[in-house]
Design a protein around this ligand. Structure first.
Ligand code: GLC
Length: 726
């Protein structure tokens, strides 16, 4: 039957109470079904439940909804399945470092299969907020700082979660969150105010959400934060003008946890009724975890503040997704219809994702891969053997019992060929005592090389866990300095949930690998990388600052009217005593940090080396609306086969609004054997060259453009072209 007819026929049979029930999403009771919940469902007074993952319980909840209620409308069952369900993949920020949509789609597909086996049919993912502030704890959940990369990778996640057809038994509805601008929380403090001018909102924060709509995402979630003074859960510009009118989204919008009632706390409303009115008027269909709709809707209807047509539209949006999920035909879950949880295929995929997520930032004297001649290796650090901590944030259903840690994997793999000693060095990543230093230093002194595995425990990133100082926490920096003073070769692997400020330690180590929180298969992935079984291939999805004070710092910044340069920057230590005010120039830099990051967006080394040359354009002048072909030659000039992420950037030199100095508009991950040379081709379309102007219109303007191809955002391999009016 036609879905629209199906839901319209059903709507016409529903009472007002049953309609209001569909708008209500409540938290599960942890595997139990208390009588009051049984009655609530039988009376059709809720439309969905979140955080219930016991499949027997979910089936009984659905049975009550389908068999005991008057119209038998099934429930939607939500859960935060963010980077895996039982088998945990790298945190999304880590997955983004793989720049591999296929492996990200595969991870989401596996997460969907494992979650659906538990009765979950809706995940609150992908999170596609733009993450440009590592102080913000939720940057761990983002796909990085760039709108284009985030658009491509969140599209892959939507396809992974939702499968070929939402009706499939192992498909789950995805949720584009948090709409919108949440990543701009002031000072990186979670839930804080955001002030994002509409032009920046449209050019930076919204593209991934638009891509998600184009990918067929089933639902949206509003963010907690207020944006330009109007919280997202009451923001008509976002939910009505942009999402519905401009993008024609036809799924449903859910609030974040109690974000409707929190409109009172924001000071936008004075009570539940006003909150319900504001959220409904803006376009929030389903209220999560607060009950202002249930409490106020009848009164609002009686007063004429809200119309039954509005309610019907909200209910239809929800019923539409339930119908597309096939819940009316198949509301129950048969666990036997699913593969074994955390099977070898799932674990292997998680390992591959972890391998491709790791970013090699430094490798002096080719210290990595580990030499076969090593007789002993000192593994030191509080993250070397932590089954839970390596999983990262948002792993409600993850199983640390499945985790394979770096220490154990290294011993399994190398234990026969070298002595692998272990010392914690620090009680935790946050501890400040030095009582564990002596043991670590003694082990270092008697070993041929040191492998430090440091970073952040899981709790130090994620929701509500922001940090004002993004250096390595605790006294890890001191540990690194003292270990370095032993004179031994030092490899540092960082397991963390954010871009850290590493200026104080980068010179103390010979090799540096960022692995983010790599998930269940951290150990085998790092072992394959450190032993050279596979070369690192990750590229930074976020800029790494020297110091916290540089934040926010990102590659796609504006030129400003006074850009800094090596010629105009002077470091605080180099200024003459008594220097007069104008002696060091007036351009945009920090006296004590300069204007460049420690490592740029898109950067990452491998065990080989790639040479870029011969960038070529299909034309140097084209008419607005035409496409351009851009090619370049890449050669693996190193001695081993390796992957490389070839990146394409543009710059629109003059625009109706100022444009970034570079913008990512394409990437391809290629595998080259030693000495192999390929020509990589990109198409630049009219859409790629467009932006929102000061009138909020998407335009492509005539004028000069630069285009680069390279292995990171600092690439200098450039060509130029001109767009002319038709
Ligand atoms: C949380 C988060 C949101 C999550 C929801 C349900 O507070 O902000 O991302 O999906 O509540 O757990």
């Amino acid at each position: 039957m036609n879905v629209e007819k199906q839901i319209r026929d059903l709507l016409n049979q529903m009472t007002l109470d049953e309609k209001i029930g569909q708008l209500h999403l409540i938290n599960g009771a942890g595997g139990h079904i208390p009588d009051h919940l049984r009655h609530t469902i039988a009376e059709a007074r809720i439309g969905g439940i979140l955080n219930e993952v016991n499949v027997e319980t979910v089936n009984e909840l659905q049975r009550i909804a389908v068999e005991d209620s008057r119209l038998g409308i099934p429930l939607i069952i939500g859960r935060d399945v963010i980077h895996g369900f039982k088998t945990i993949f790298p945190i999304p920020l880590g997955q983004a470092a793989s720049w591999n949509p296929a492996i990200i789609k595969k991870g989401a597909r596996i997460a969907a299969v494992e979650a659906a086996a538990s009765g979950v049919n809706w995940t609150y993912a992908p999170m596609m907020d733009i993450g440009r502030d590592p102080r913000w704890g939720r940057v761990a959940e983002t796909l990085g700082e760039d709108p284009y990369l985030t658009s491509v990778l969140s599209t892959a996640m939507v396809h992974g979660f939702q499968g070929e057809d939402l009706k499939n038994h192992d498909s789950i509805a995805a949720c584009a969150k948090h709409f919108a601008g949440y990543g701009a929380s002031e000072s990186g403090r979670d839930y804080n105010t955001t002030n994002v001018p509409e032009n920046e909102l449209r050019n930076v924060h919204l593209p991934p959400f638009k891509a998600a709509v184009n990918a067929g995402v089933a639902t949206f979630m509003t963010s907690f934060s207020d944006i330009d003074g109007v919280p997202a859960s009451a923001n008509e510009l976002l939910l009505k003008q942009i999402l519905r009118k401009e993008w024609q989204f036809d799924g449903f919008v859910v609030s974040d946890w109690a974000s409707v009632r929190e409109l009172i706390v924001h000071g936008l409303t004075a009570n539940d009724k006003e909150s319900a009115f504001e959220a409904i008027s803006a376009g929030v269909d389903m209220e999560m975890a607060s009950d202002t709709y249930v409490r106020s809707l009848k009164e609002l209807l009686d007063e004429g503040a809200v119309t039954i047509a509005q309610i019907d539209n909200m209910v239809e949006n929800i019923l539409r997704i339930k119908a597309r999920l096939g819940l009316f035909e198949n509301p129950y879950t048969d666990p036997a219809a699913f593969p074994t949880i955390a099977n070898s295929f799932h674990l292997e995929a998680a390992k591959q994702a972890a391998v491709e997520s790791a970013v090699l930032l430094k490798n002096n004297n080719h210290l990595l891969p580990l030499s076969q001649d090593l007789n002993s290796l000192a593994v030191i650090g509080p993250m070397a053997d932590e089954p839970y901590e390596q999983l990262g944030t948002w792993i409600f259903d993850g199983d640390p019992g499945l985790s394979q840690t770096p220490l154990r994997s290294l011993r399994d793999t190398l234990g026969q060929s070298m002595e692998i000693g272990y010392a914690r060095g620090c009680k935790s990543t946050r501890s400040r005592g030095k009582e564990d230093f002596p043991e670590a230093l003694e082990l270092a002194r008697k070993s041929d090389a040191v492998l430090l595995i440091l970073g952040e425990e899981s709790i130090l990133s994620g929701e509500a866990h922001s940090r004002a100082d993004v250096r390595l926490p605790g006294n890890q920096e001191e540990l690194i300095a003292e270990i370095a003073a032993t004179g031994k070769p030092v490899i540092l692997v960082i397991i963390a949930g954010r871009a850290l400020a590493l200026q104080n330690i980068v010179d103390h180590v010979d090799a540096l690998l960022i692995a983010w929180h790599p998930g269940t298969m951290t150990g085998p992935a790092l072992t394959d990388l450190l032993t050279g079984k596979v070369s690192p291939s990750g590229k930074l999805p976020v800029t790494l600052p020297k110091l916290t004070g540089q934040v926010p710092i990102y590659y796609a910044h504006k030129k400003t009217g006074r850009p800094a340069s090596p010629e105009t920057f002077m470091h605080i230590d180099d200024i003459d005593q008594g220097a007069p005010q104008l002696s060091i120039g007036n351009t945009s830099f920090h006296l004590d940090a300069g204007y460049t990051p420690l490592f740029p967006f898109g950067y990452g080394l491998s065990y080989s080396k790639f040479h870029y040359e011969n960038i070529h354009l299909s034309a140097h002048e084209l008419t607005v609306g035409e496409s351009l072909t851009v090619t370049a030659q890449i050669t693996n000039i190193g001695g081993v086969p390796a992957d490389e992420v070839v990146q394409l950037y543009i710059r629109d030199l003059v625009g109706n609004v100022t444009r970034p100095v570079k913008e990512l508009k394409g990437f391809q991950k290629i595998h080259l054997h030693s000495q192999e040379c390929v020509t990589v081709e990109f198409q630049l379309t009219n859409e790629d060259l467009s932006f929102y102007n000061r009138n909020m219109k998407q335009v492509t303007e005539p004028g000069e453009f630069h285009v680069w191809i390279g292995g990171d955002s600092d690439t200098q391999l450039r060509a130029e072209f001109r767009l002319v009016s038709p």
